[in-house]
Design a protein around this ligand. Sequence first.
Ligand SMILES: [Mg+2]
Length: 236
Amino acid sequence: MIPTLHPSLQGARACIFDAGGTLVHPDWPRLAELAEGAAGRRFGAEEMRRAFGEMLKCVGSTGPGGRSIDQTGRHWTFRAMYGGLGLDESACDSLVGRIDAAHGERHIWCGVDADAARVVDELKRAGLLVAVVSNTEDGRLTDSLESAGLGGRFDLLVDSHLVGCKKPDAAIFRLALGRLGVEASEAVFVGDSYAHDALAARAAGLRAVLLDPLDMHPEAVCPRIRRLGDLLPGVV
Ligand SMILES: [Mg+2]
């Protein structure tokens, strides 16, 4: 039986996912251990997840009261997350080095989303092309997906580090569409960053669905889902 699809996917030929925070998640236990070692603070996974979401919300935001996020340097997302949790600059510096070493041993984004495998498989069964477009710092998108157990499932992987452009630039969406052989209007982009995924994909002409598990974006101009399974109502 063909699964029921989320209204945004009706008539679409391709579903393109963001990777980090969407299909794969940070290795929270390792990040907690590293913070304890570097700064003597023990953070819970939920606490870090929320701080990460709040950090992400500031990315691309110019609203009053928003803190500006330095989006340069290794693991800037985690640096900003730990900053948001109250660690000072030297602790954050030390942590970035420790994260980098840990990431060298095993990809730090190696946690799999609980719904990801089934959703991807069902979308493919429904006849959609399924792809990933990810901003990476080091060209290790394939490694991340494989570490999370999602390797070999996708029709196309686009790794910003390898193609030389990144979200929110429309060029990376156009590149993916060209390789998939679909028009922008036939593709849906699913991601957890409002600025870099949802708004950027819409600006490039794609439909967008924002993955917003913590209900942080009531202002969104696109449909929101709480979990990936919501793409297949009644199935996953
Ligand atoms: Mg993401």
